[in-house]
Design a protein around this ligand. Structure first.
Ligand code: B12
Length: 420
C-alpha cells in the first residue's frame, strides 16, 4: 500500500526527531509497502504543505503521529490537539483514511480519535500493529476504531534504518538529538503518568547497538535513550550498556532511582552515558535510596539531574521536605520540582479525584480532563520557600529539558570518583 506518514510536532524546545515514525517507516517498508514521510517540524506554511504532499503522493492511508497532547509541565500551557486537528481535517477532507498513534495517544485514546476525526487509533508500539492493519485494509476489512500495539509482537532484532526520511542536520542545529528506543512501556505505578502501567516490550540490546553504530557512522553520535525509564528491568539495562560499549556514541537517559548499583552505574559510563535524569516521587520513594543513586552516578562522572514529583494524593509536606533534604546533600546538577500535575482522564490520579471530593478541591481546568486540567496539592509559593538557598533546585517551569539545562551549566558536578 501507499502510506503517508506525517509528523505534526512543531514544538521546538527542543525539536524532537520523529523516531517513532522512522521505526514505523522501516517496519512497513520491510513488509513491502511504499512509505513517504512529511515532517512539519520546521515547515512555515503547514496547511499548503499537507495539501501538496497528499496531492502528490495520493496515499491509500495516512498515519499521523501524536507525540504530545500538551506540554504537561506548568499545567500544560501548550495544548497541541487543536493544531493537530487542523492537519487531520485536511487529510480526511482529501478522502484519505486516517490512523493516529504515538506516545501521546495513550493519554486518552478514544477522545483523541474523536477529537481528530480519525478512523483508528493505535496505542503503543506501532511496528507490528500498523503492518497488521495495512494487511487487513488490503484484504478489504474495515478499520477498527482502536488497536492495541502492546498486544502485537514487534521484531525485536530489527535494526531500523535511520536518517532516511528526516533532515537530522536541521534538528541537531536547533539543539535536537537523535532518539533511540530499546523498550516500550513502563511497569511503574506513578499515579499521574500516562506511560505507567503499560506492558514492557523490549528490543534486543545487540539490535539497538547496531542501530546506534549506524547513527554514529552517519555523524550523529549523541543520542537520547527513549525508554520511559532505562532501568525498570535491571538485566536489560545492564545488557544494553554492555552492547553499547565501543559504539562511539554518547547518550543521555531517564531512569528511576532504583534499581541501580555501582555495577550498573559503571556500565552506563563505560558505554558512553554522559547524563541521566533520575525520576523520583517523594510520595513513594525512600530519600536515602534516591540520594544513593545520585551519588553512584556522580562517582562515575555522569551528570545527574533529578525530576522530583511531590504533592501527590496523601503525601505530607514532611515527606517532600525529607526528599529535598536528602537530594540537597547528594548534590545533583539540577533538581526540577513538579508540584502541579496535568490530569489525564485514564490515570489513577484522575480516578482518585473523581472519587474523592476532598481531592477534587485541588483540581482546576477542564472537568473532563481532555483539555488541560491540573492537580495541585502543595502551594507552589510554599514549595519555593522549601527550595530557597538550595543551589540547583527550582520548580520545573518547562522552559528547557534537562540536557539543555545541564549543557548551559547547572550546578557544577565535579566527578567524585574516577576522572573522565
Ligand atoms: C525521550 C523523551 C523525550 C526526550 C526526546 C529525545 C529525543 N531526541 O527523542 C526529550 C527530553 C527531548 C523530551 C521532550 C519533551 N517531552 Co518527552 N518523552 C520522551 C519519552 C520518554 C520517549 C519518547 C520516544 O521517543 N519514544 C521512542 C519512540 C520510538 O516511540 P514513540 O514515539 O512512542 O513511537 C512509537 C509508538 O508511539 C508508535 N507511533 C508513533 N507515531 C505513530 C503514528 C501512528 C499513525 C501509529 C499507528 C503509531 C505511531 O509507533 C512508534 C514505534 O513503536 C516519552 C515517554 C514514552 N515512554 O513514550 C516522553 C513523552 C513523549 N514526552 C512528553 C512531553 C510532554 C515532552 C515535552 C513537551 C516536555 C516539556 N514540557 O518540555 C517535550 C516535547 C519535545 C518535543 N519537541 O516534542 C509526553 C507527551 C505526552 C503528553 N503528555 O502530551 C511523554 C509521553 C511523557 C509523558 N509521560 O507524559 N521527551
Amino acid at each position: 500500500m501507499n502510506v503517508a506518514l506525517i509528523n505534526p510536532n512543531r514544538f521546538r524546545n527542543p525539536p524532537t526527531i520523529p523516531v517513532g515514525l522512522e521505526y514505523l517507516a522501516h517496519a512497513m517498508r520491510q513488509a513491502g509497502h511504499g512509505v513517504r514521510l512529511l515532517d512539519l517540524c520546521f515547515v512555515e506554511d503547514v496547511g499548503p504543505a499537507v495539501d501538496a504532499f497528499l496531492a502528490e503522493q495520493r496515499p491509500d492511508v495516512a498515519m499521523l503521529s501524536l507525540r504530545n497532547v500538551d506540554s504537561v509541565i506548568n499545567a500544560a500551557d501548550h495544548f497541541f490537539l487543536d493544531e493537530h486537528r487542523a492537519i487531520a481535517e485536511r487529510i480526511t477532507a482529501a478522502g484519505v483514511p486516517l490512523i493516529v498513534g504515538g506516545a501521546g495517544v495513550v493519554a486518552m485514546p478514544e477522545p483523541i480519535r474523536v477529537y481528530l476525526g480519525a478512523d483508528t487509533v493505535i496505542v503503543g508500539p506501532g511496528e507490528g500493529a500498523a503492518v497488521e492493519l495495512l494487511a487487513a485494509m488490503a484484504a478489504g476489512k474495515p478499520l477498527p476504531p482502536l488497536a492495541d500495539g502492546f498486544g502485537v509482537a514487534i521484531d525485536a532484532v530489527a535494526v531500523p534504518a535511520r536518517a532516511v526520511d528526516v533532515d537530522y542536520a536541521a534538528y541537531y542545529a536547533a539543539d535536537g538529538v537523535a532518539g533511540v528506543a530499546s523498550s516500550y512501556g513502563c511497569p511503574c505505578r506513578c499515579a499521574f503518568c500516562i506511560e505507567a502501567r503499560t506492558r514492557l516490550v523490549a528490543r534486543a540490546p545487540e539490535a539497538v547497538a547496531a542501530e546506534v553504530r549506524s547513527l554514529v557512522e552517519q555523524g550523529w553520535a549523541r543520542f537520547h535513550l527513549c525508554d520511559a525509564e532505562m532501568n525498570v528491568t535491571y538485566a536489560h539495562a545492564l545488557a544494553l550498556c554492555q552492547a553499547l560499549v565501543g559504539s562511539g556514541a554518547s547518550w543521555i537517559t531517564y531512569m528511576r532511582h532504583q534499581p541501580c548499583d555501582p555495577v550498573l552505574a559503571a556500565a552506563m559510563r563505560a558505554s558512553g552515558c554522559t547524563m541521566a535524569t533520575v525520576t523520583v516521587n517523594s510520595a513513594t520513594d525512600a530519600p536515602a535510596d534516591a540520594a544513593a543513586t545520585v551519588a553512584m552516578l556522580k562517582a562515575e562522572g555522569i551528570q545527574v539531574a533529578v525530576d522530583l514529583s511531590c504533592g501527590l494524593p496523601g503525601e505530607t509536606p514532611e515527606q517532600a521536605k525529607a526528599m529535598i533534604d536528602a537530594l540537597d546533600v547528594a548534590r545533583p546538577g539540577h533538581v526540577g520540582v513538579t508540584t502541579r500535575y496535568r490530569i489525564y482522564p485514564t490515570t489513577p490520579l484522575a480516578e482518585r479525584i473523581r472519587a474523592d471530593a476532598a481531592e477534587h478541591r485541588f483540581a482546576t481546568g477542564d472537568p473532563e480532563f481532555v483539555r488541560p486540567a491540573a492537580y495541585c496539592r502543595f502551594d507552589p509559593a510554599e514549595v519555593r520557600t522549601w527550595l530557597e538557598g538550595r543551589e540547583g533546585f527550582a520548580i520545573d517551569t518547562g522552559e528547557a529539558v534537562n540536557y539543555q539545562r545541564l549543557n548551559k551549566g547547572g550546578r557544577s558536578q565535579k566527578p567524585e570518583g574516577r576522572s573522565r
